[in-house]
Design a protein around this ligand. Structure first.
Ligand SMILES: Cc1cc2nc3c(=O)[nH]c(=O)nc-3n(C[C@H](O)[C@H](O)[C@H](O)COP(=O)(O)O)c2cc1C
Length: 336
């Protein structure tokens, strides 16, 4: 199946089936913030803002990569990016491989460029794709092009061995990914974020990425969208592959393992409330990311629906900060 129709099918599967983890949570509900009866701050003073990639965000949140590369994706990307611009939230597009394979699809990504002066807009490509381009000698040229067409603030590289292995048309060829990442870190003029897609990043992997110069990691841990689940739904041998549905390291565990290894640690994977955001930051994350809940809000209620969701998460985060005596995110970070 070509990249565009696969990307469309992924969105359809996520919206029409329950592809959350079944027997594993992200662990963030088990975290408890210390209650502070003498916070010595006024609720109105609590400040949830952060500067990320040189731009101010009103809450420590980015919408992580989802879509692009087929006609309807243009509308989805614009809807989400507009809500992100109106709420000062960072936004990452989905894998941009299709834009290199078929330049006529560029507009499905570049539609978000108009918001790039206000918020960080992040480009996205798979680690496996980097290896192919590295071998062909087109790595720098192609990644520069992807960043340019959306006026990106950074490039996110996704690692997805579980997904590639189960994807009917997947390419589970991960030899050379570290080298390709090392090259891009050295040569590309854009900051690099390395992310998973919902199965998590361990301390060992984070250290190996840090060793080649990566400074930003999105753990994208287990407990939210199961990408094994999405691909199993697309397979004909579902009974033989069901055991892989819940493979992955829970988000809370990833944060504990990766804390302190890179300067910027993004926590995503099953983020579903401002309380989750507060708990992730208290464990040591810099900011959080979310995908599926934002897509669902976009489809059911458009830009207003996303803005409402983000406002609710922000208020909830602010309440948790107040109750733990944290005036700023720096006060909250590592409180546990
Ligand atoms: C419909 C959909 C498409 C996705 N496509 C991509 C992608 O192209 N590139 C990527 O890095 N991650 C992709 N992801 C993974 C998300 O960025 C995220 O890591 C994962 O869904 C876990 O977050 P969640 O539990 O908030 O959904 C996709 C997620 C969804 C829901």
């Amino acid at each position: 199946m070509h990249t565009p129709s696969r990307k469309q099918e992924h969105v359809e599967v996520v919206l029409t089936s329950d592809v959350h983890f079944r027997n594993k949570s992200n662990g963030l509900d088990d975290v408890e913030l210390p209650y502070n009866a003498l916070p010595e701050i006024d609720f109105d003073e609590v400040d949830t803002s952060i500067v990320f990639l040189g731009k101010p965000l009103k809450q420590p949140l980015m919408v992580t990569g989802m879509t692009g590369g087929y006609p309807d994706a243009e509308h989805i990307n614009r809807t989400i990016a507009l809500a992100c611009a109106q709420t000062a939230t960072a936004f990452c597009v989905g894998s941009m491989r299709a834009a290199i394979e078929d330049p006529s699809l560029e507009s499905t990504y570049s539609v978000v460029k108009e918001f790039s002066s206000d918020i960080p807009i992040i480009a996205n490509i798979g680690g496996v794709q980097l290896v192919e381009w590295h071998t062909e000698g087109s790595l720098l040229k192609n990644t520069q092009h992807l960043c340019t067409i959306i006026n990106a603030s950074a490039l996110a590289i996704h690692l997805n061995p579980l997904q590639e292995m189960l994807q009917p048309e997947g390419q589970p060829r991960f030899c050379g990914v570290t080298d390709a990442i090392a090259t891009i870190v050295d040569e590309l003029d854009w900051p690099i974020i390395v992310k998973e897609v919902g199965a998590g990043i361990s301390a060992n992997v984070a250290r190996r990425l840090s060793d080649v110069g990566v400074e930003m990691i999105d753990v994208a841990g287990a407990g939210g969208t199961s990408w094994a689940g999405v691909e199993i739904m697309r397979r004909s041998d579902q009974n033989e592959t069901l055991d892989y549905w819940d493979v992955g390291i829970p988000t809370a565990e990833c944060i504990k393992q990766c804390k302190g290894i890179v300067p910027i640690l993004i926590a995503s994977g099953g983020i579903g409330s401002g309380t989750h955001i507060a708990h992730a930051i208290a464990l040591g994350a810099t900011l959080c990311g979310a995908a599926q809940p934002v897509l669902r809000a976009a489809i059911s209620a458009g830009t207003n629906g996303i803005e409402h969701l983000i406002a609710q998460w922000k208020l909830d985060l602010k309440r948790r900060m107040f109750l733990s005596g944290s005036k700023t995110l720096a006060d909250l970070r590592g409180i546990l």
